[in-house]
Design a protein around this ligand. Structure first.
Ligand SMILES: Nc1nc2c(ncn2[C@@H]2O[C@H](COP(=O)(O)OP(=O)(O)OP(=O)(O)O)[C@@H](O)[C@H]2O)c(=O)[nH]1
Ligand SMILES: [Mg+2]
Length: 600
């Protein structure tokens, strides 16, 4: 008899504890040897995932419990990586919706639940972090129920099973008051409520890749669920596109998952989640089949990208000094390779002029992760201000609208409402409890660009703000922008402490002393809201030197650290971010003041 299989995806808003919960399941599944030192969030294996403390890519693992194989897909909770979630839902029969025991449903909870319900998946709810002092698990269950109702769940879906957990301690409980012993209640819960995967092997093989990865030895690897049938290594197969076009290929290696590893197999069969190597040109959503006349599986639709920016060859005076790959050809090839696996990404190679390409993604973080990856690989490039992508629907220009949830100290609530309404945000909910005000808005994505730094200043860092794609809606009209201006170097040379000391009263600086700058480089923000060309390389006039005295002491405020994300948020339409393996610089498109004046 075949081993039973259960396929689940863990979904949630960012930080609600998905990856930590998977740690617990892996440990219970005997994935680690007894004395092994196990790190936390072991599934977050990518460098940027570890550094940012978030999941970026959906990943597979599998454990065996009571002779049943459980395939587990960990998914990212950040809104920018929502397309990862949408795709892997196709590979599972049920989702575990993890919800923070204090926060309750957040924007991305709504997004991933909506996608699960739309695809008719069974949803199991786990209220996590019930160890928090502020935890209110019963309230959270009510809120989740309301969300199911709002999203139009069927009666059957509304009757969702739920339980509680402290993922960090590796424990799960049926009731809040139950003993917090281990994770087995969750494993039993999965076996009880997740339908067994159908294993029809008496028919032709059909499998649909949901994610792609790249392996230096094996080339492209397609991961997905075997819909039906069986497949052996070295078998010749047909790849069907969703529109019915076909081509042939040969499978060189087959894998299933065990723990976090891919295990080579001679044969794979219906119901399991597998990885296939040897098909160098297969794409997400195509159908791999043993029968050339088989029906393609339904296409996998993901929401289209909502944010675009231009990637260009760096043409600053410092171009080519720090990067290994700098040409337009190299950038183009790299983007082409990225498109093979990064399904939420689009590139219009010929939409820019000359050396620029339009890159479209799901949000600032999605694009920033790509740029950061490229720079770590040795790329040097220049990028433009991110812009929202509009879409023509039935002759009407539409724009992306986001759901935003904001939580701030009560006394700032008014200011936040004002900030959101000047950006065309519509308040949909407001509640104050224990001097914390929770606000919900629908707002055009345009209105959110560049808002985060403003939000941090307004709340002095004591607030949270989350957003997630809600819908496309007709363009809501112009949004007034805050006037920001830059301090721009008018010189080529090395900065001096003396000149920066004079300049720092004009606004926060992005650079320190003894740094090479060029004419047209942005060295700080001008607090008057207009661009100002300045001289940061001036030395102190020797004739003014006083022999002694404390008034000579230069007190330089430490420069503002401009990270990639901050730069993308900061730049205006006439500015670029210059990205190299060792630096991030901001610059004006026109380096000379006279050209900027002419262009105004
Ligand atoms: N107090 C408490 N903290 C927890 C618990 N579970 C997870 N955390 C913490 O919550 C944070 C986020 O956990 P993750 O597992 O990375 O959350 P995630 O849902 O995978 O986040 P993304 O993948 O970025 O969406 C970490 O700092 C965890 O240590 C819990 O049960 N109680
Ligand atoms: Mg995670």
């Amino acid at each position: 008899m075949k081993q039973e299989i259960r396929n689940i995806a863990i979904i949630a808003h960012v930080d609600h504890g998905k990856t930590t919960l998977v740690d617990g399941l892996l440990k219970a599944g005997g994935v680690f040897s007894e004395h092994e030192e196990v790190a936390t969030c072991v599934m977050d294996s990518n460098d940027q995932e570890k550094e940012r403390g978030i999941t970026i890519y959906a990943k597979n693992a599998a454990i065996t419990y009571n002779d049943t194989k459980i395939n587990i897909v960990d998914t990212p909770g950040h809104a920018d990586f929502g397309s990862e979630v949408e795709r892997v839902l196709k590979t599972v029969d049920a989702t575990i919706l993890v919800v923070d025991a204090y926060e309750g449903p957040m924007p991305q909870t709504k997004f991933v639940l909506k996608k699960s319900l739309e695809q008719g998946k069974k949803v199991l709810v786990v209220v996590n972090k019930i160890d928090k002092d502020s935890a209110r698990p019963k309230w959270v269950i009510d809120q989740v129920f309301d969300l199911f109702v709002k999203l139009g769940a069927t009666d059957e879906q509304l009757d969702f099973p739920y339980m509680y957990s402290v993922a960090r301690d590796g424990v799960a409980m049926k009731e809040v008051e139950d003993e917090r012993k281990d994770i087995t209640p969750l494993l039993d819960f999965i076996l009880e409520h997740v339908p067994a995967a159908p294993q029809n092997v008496e028919t032709d093989f059909r499998m649909q890749p949901a994610t792609l990865s790249y392996d230096n030895f094996l080339g492209r690897i397609a991961v997905g669920r075997v819909h039906e049938g069986t497949m052996k290594v070295n078998q010749t197969i047909t790849i069907l596109t969703p529109t019915g076009a076909r081509r042939t290929g040969k499978i060189s290696k087959l894998f299933t998952f065990k723990g976090m590893q891919r295990v080579p197999m001679e044969e794979v069969s219906a119901g399991d989640i597998v990885a296939i190597a040897g098909l160098g040109d297969v794409f997400v959503g195509e159908t791999i089949t043993s029968n050339p006349d088989a029906e393609p599986l339904p296409a996998i639709d993901v929401d289209p990208p909502s944010l675009a920016m231009y990637f260009m060859v760096n043409d600053s005076p410092f171009a080519g000094k720090e990067g290994k790959y700098v040409t337009s050809r190299q950038i183009r090839d790299r983007l082409e390779k990225e498109l093979e696996t990064n399904v939420g990404l689009h590139v219009e190679f010929d939409s820019g002029s000359g050396d620029s390409m339009k890159v479209l993604g799901r949000g600032e973080m999605h694009l920033a992760v790509l740029i950061e990856t490229m720079r770590r690989e040795g790329f040097e490039l220049q990028v433009s201000q991110p812009e929202v992508v509009f879409r023509d629907i039935d002759g009407v220009q539409h724009e992306p609208i986001e759901n935003v949830t904001i939580s701030v100290p009560e006394e700032i609530g008014g200011k936040i409402i004002e900030m959101m309404s000047t950006r065309k945000g519509q308040m949909t909910n407001m509640k104050t409890e224990n001097s914390i005000t929770n606000l919900e808005f629908e707002i055009p994505m345009r209105g959110l660009l560049g808002i985060r730094s403003n939000f941090i200043i307004l709340t002095k860092g004591e607030g949270t703000m989350f957003s997630s794609f809600a819908k496309m809606a007709p363009h809501v009209g112009d949004i007034e922008k805050r006037q920001v201006g830059s301090l721009i170097s008018g010189e080529n040379g090395t900065t001096t402490g003396y000149s920066l000391w004079k300049l720092q009263e004009r606004g926060p600086l992005f650079i320190g002393a003894a740094l090479e700058v060029y004419e047209g480089m942005i060295i700080g923000e001008h607090n008057q809201g207009t661009d100002l060309t300045v001289n940061p390389i001036k030395g102190k006039q020797l004739t003014n030197v006083r022999s002694s005295g404390a008034d000579d002491a230069i007190n330089l405020v430490p420069p503002v650290v401009v990270t990639l994300e901050k730069s993308l948020e900061y730049i205006k339409e006439d500015e670029y971010v210059e990205v190299t393996p060792s630096s991030i610089r901001l610059r004006k498109k026109h380096l000379k003041e006279i050209d900027r004046k002419r262009d105004r």
